[in-house]
Design a binder for this molecule. Structure first.
Ligand code: APR
Length: 235
């Protein structure tokens, strides 16, 4: 069978060689903050200014990183497959913008984006390149202090789940890249794909927690093994 429809799920490991720290490698701390403080609605309610500063710094730090060979290879795969009448959906758990800057189209950010914010009063979502603070005014409803990072925190529901699940059920190949398989629902996508008849492949530095669910696992750094795999698929 020729492969026509591919779903790619990426995690922090694909951006590691660009210089962005992965989560589990940081020992439960993100840039020296406990996850509960900066990645939960409760942490935000307790100290919105601290959480906004945390994401402001990470948003600003995007200027210092570049897409690596893995991001670029996936963008090439996507455009080539589309040109050949197929499709490649890139679903990422990452909140950085490196897939798009590497040339990928229509990237599905299931855990939100550093360069987006939204208003908790009127639910207006918007692009954001600069810092926000507890004094920021929502441009839509004019409320002050209700603009927060558009990041899916622990306890919140990931974005685009219906579209992702629909696509997984009809793909021929599901590929997971640079994710530990520790966080659901993304960690469960491989089982849905298998159940509906897709082949499954994992590309990661080490076997993920759900490695045994994949038909095949290839170990190594994303910057090397992703371009090699893309070359194979396109050959
Ligand atoms: N190439 C390939 N894989 C790598 C590389 C690399 N250069 N470096 C690290 N990895 C692998 C690690 O071995 C690990 O399995 O990437 C994985 C990163 O795992 P996590 O840090 O757990 O990141 P991720 O799976 O994306 O986390 C999922 O958890 O904290 C939440 O919302 C957050 O989106 C995040 C989610």
């Amino acid at each position: 069978m020729t492969t026509k429809n591919i779903i790619i799920l990426t995690g922090a490991g694909i951006s590691a060689e660009s210089g962005i720290k992965t989560f589990r490698d940081a020992g439960g701390l993100w840039e020296d903050h406990p996850v509960e403080q900066v990645a939960t609605p409760e942490g935000y309610a307790a100290d919105p200014a601290l959480v906004q500063r945390f994401y402001n710094l990470r948003r600003a730090a995007l200027k210092d990183v570049k897409p690596n060979a893995a991001h670029i290879a996936l963008a090439t795969l996507q455009s080539e497959m589309i040109a050949r009448g197929g499709d490649v959906m890139i679903v990422t758990q990452n909140v950085d913008d490196l897939h798009a800057r590497g040339g990928a189209q229509n990237v599905v950010h299931m855990h939100g984006e550093l360069k987006r914010v939204f208003c908790t009063a009127c639910d207006h979502h918007m692009d954001c390149d600069d810092d926000i603070s507890v004094e920021t005014t929502c441009p839509a409803c004019k409320t002050i202090g209700t603009t927060r990072p558009d990041i899916v925190w622990f306890g919140e529901i990931p974005y685009h789940m219906d579209a992702i699940e629909r696509a997984i059920k009809t793909c021929d190949l599901f590929v997971s890249i640079g994710t530990s398989g520790a966080v659901y629902p993304a960690a469960g996508f491989v089982q849905i794909a298998s159940h509906y008849g897709a082949k499954t492949l994992e590309l990661n530095l080490e076997p993920s927690q759900g490695s045994y669910h994949f038909d095949e696992t290839r170990l190594g750094k994303a910057g090397s093994i992703v371009p090699a795999w893309v070359e194979e698929i396109l050959a």
